[in-house]
Write a protein that binds this ligand. Structure first.
Ligand SMILES: [Ca+2]
Ligand SMILES: [Ca+2]
Ligand SMILES: [Ca+2]
Length: 399
């Protein structure tokens, strides 16, 4: 017999199932209506019946997201805004010290952009499904800027990473603050791993060989931090490459839930600029010029506060092009267009797929980060308060 607490399904409560649940106990189900995780929510009638094969890790995530959502409500009621927050993280030391600015992307349980859904094909070119992007259940942080050459150079020096950069001397020069390009997905993943391991965190990506452009090995369920929904990324990592939804939401979404075609919070393409803090850095191909701007001077901000997701350098997403990260060598999504692009490439509906070892002179990336620990503390405090005021009742569930 397993004792669990039943949440009030009609009120959309589910946190009670977090309590009294251990991974050794196997099978029961309940409702978390309101978590908005895309789960098939069981009905109240079935809530007391045991279920074989229930993924308790998945339940924990559902509950975590549920409480993060409740926390945000508490913060908003308290007059806080979690959306404009910028966090600066510092890496390396001495002359190799560098920092990365992150913007907190709030609004958990964000729904996908149905209006700009596109077909997904498998490795063999067969249609799988129509997919929309931008749905993210949890709060996260995304790099405000593209990663610069300076950040790569310093990480290379501090961590002996061996990441190679494109020679931009024919395209405006190799200024240290321009976007880092010529970086493959594999190299970007090694940079992210350095961010993690240099601070004592779990590496995000599983490299078992030492070549800087060698491919990953996907995590397996015997390994700690394995996530069956994303075998590329270790769930215990602190820094990671943004997946297509995390990237897309910050680029084309907005705090009020509206999606736009371009990263300037508009369905009309931004002005073409070479640099500055308005418009977007693209269109250089028209004039035969495709130099990169400094990452902190590469156009206006998106509604969530990121710079140059549209234009300047094209950017790697973590995600495989078919949406299933189950094969290390498969093509990854590349989005946002670059300095040589027309507005077509900056459009939310357009992307390309490239091999993870590919290097191009206008292809770079930005990194993402879990919610900052102070947010987590607030979340726990908020959760405790809400938990105390919540109604639940004890039930018996037969095994
Ligand atoms: Ca390279
Ligand atoms: Ca960009
Ligand atoms: Ca796949």
């Amino acid at each position: 017999m397993i004792i669990a607490e039943e949440a009030d399904l009609d009120k959309g409560e589910g946190g009670g199932l977090c309590k009294g649940t251990s991974r050794s106990k196997t099978t029961f189900r309940g409702g978390v209506d309101g978590c908005g995780t895309g789960f098939k929510y069981p009905s109240r009638a079935k809530a007391l019946k045991p279920v074989k094969g229930l993924d308790l890790k998945k339940w924990e995530r559902v509950c975590f997201n549920y409480w993060m959502n409740r926390l945000l409500a508490v913060l908003l009621l308290g007059g806080f805004s979690a959306q404009a927050q910028t966090i600066t993280e510092t890496f390396g030391s001495g002359e190799n010290q560098f920092s990365i600015d992150f913007v907190t992307i709030g609004n958990p349980n964000y729904v996908g952009d149905e209006a700009r859904a596109r077909p997904i094909f498998n490795e063999f070119g067969s249609f799988i499904r129509l997919a929309s992007f931008g749905s993210v259940t949890n709060i996260y942080n995304l790099g405000k800027f593209e990663i610069s050459r300076d950040q790569i150079n310093k990480a290379n020096a501090a961590g002996s990473l061996g990441i190679t950069l494109a020679d931009m001397s024919s395209y405006g020069g190799n200024g240290v603050n321009i976007a880092a390009t010529g970086v493959s997905w594999n190299e970007a993943a090694r940079f992210v791993n350095y961010l993690n391991t240099s601070k004592g965190y779990q590496a995000a990506y599983n490299f078992t060989t030492s070549g800087s452009n060698d491919s990953i090995t996907i995590w397996t369920n015997e390994q700690s931090g394995y996530n069956p929904n994303n075998p590329y990324r270790n769930r215990n990592a602190y820094y990671f490459l943004p997946n297509v939804d995390e990237w897309y939401k910050a680029a084309y979404g907005s705090p009020d839930g509206t999606y736009y075609t371009f990263t300037n919070g508009s369905n009309i393409a931004p002005n073409e600029v070479a640099n500055g803090t308005s418009g977007a850095v693209y269109g250089g191909g028209d004039a035969g010029v495709a130099g990169l701007a400094d990452v902190t001077n590469a156009g206006g901000l998106s509604p969530f506060g990121t710079m140059a997701q549209g234009g300047n350098a094209w950017e790697w997403n973590e995600s495989a092009i078919d949406g299933g990260n189950n094969y290390a060598m498969e093509k990854r999504e590349v989005r946002g267009g670059g300095t040589d692009s027309t507005s077509y490439d900056l459009d939310a509906r357009h992307l390309i797929g490239l091999e993870p070892s590919s290097e191009y002179s206008l292809l770079g990336f930005r990194v993402a980060m879990v919610p900052e620990p102070s947010s987590l503390s607030l979340f726990l405090a908020g959760g405790a308060v809400l938990m105390a005021g919540r109604r639940s009742r004890r039930i018996l569930v037969e095994k």
